[in-house]
Every structure is written in structure tokens, then in C-alpha cells.
Design a protein around this ligand. Sequence first.
Ligand code: FES
Length: 126
Amino acid sequence: MTTVRFVNGDEGPVEVDVEPGTTLLQAAQRAHAPEGSACGGVCACSTCHVHVRQGLGLLSEIEDEENDILDKAFDVVATSRLGCQAKVLREGLVEVVITRESYETWYNEHPKERHERDERLKASRG
Ligand code: FES
């Protein structure tokens, strides 16, 4: 079993345990983490872009198609992956940061949750 922890810029982390072969996007959906997926997970949009902070070696290798799509993403770093393409293969802890592009896409597709998030952020800022 592998634990996948999702972090984004505005909220605390959420975690989920997954079986080998699970993509980071599938893990995010199980954890109710706000990771975008505008193309539905077919490697065509880059809105599932995450930065892997820990456990990069536990994931499947990056392939050419994923690299091509990552070229279109904002804020690409050496540990960037597309959540719909990166599969968990080995046991351990994987921690990923959901990029701003990705979680803003998710919230744009989930207006109720976006409103609730905005209210939480407003309240926390006093
Ligand atoms: S969901 Fe579109 S590239 Fe991953």
C-alpha cells in the first residue's frame, strides 16, 4: 500500500492509501483533493499538473506523450508530473503539491466547493 498526500497552496493536506497501478489523479479523486482534469485524464490538457515533493521514485517513468503535454503547462519543475499519467508502482509515501493551475481548474468546475473555499479563506483572514 502507498499513501499519497496532496497539498495545495490554500488548504491543509489530505491523504489516501492506494494500490499499485493507481494514478495520482485517481488517488486525488478518492481523497477529494482538488486536482483538475479538464480532458478527463487522457493526457491532452495539463490541468492535472502536480509537483512531486516526495516519492518520485515510487512512480512510473515519465513517457514522451506526458513530456509533450507538460511543455504546455505553467510552472514546470524537475519533479513535475501529470496526475493522470503518473502511476504509483511501489510502496511508501508520495507527497504532491497540486499546482495553482490545477486546483483553480478544479474549483472552476466545482462552483459550490469554490464558494465554500472562498468563505473559509475569507473567515481565516478575518
Ligand atoms: S487530465 Fe488532462 S492531461 Fe491529465
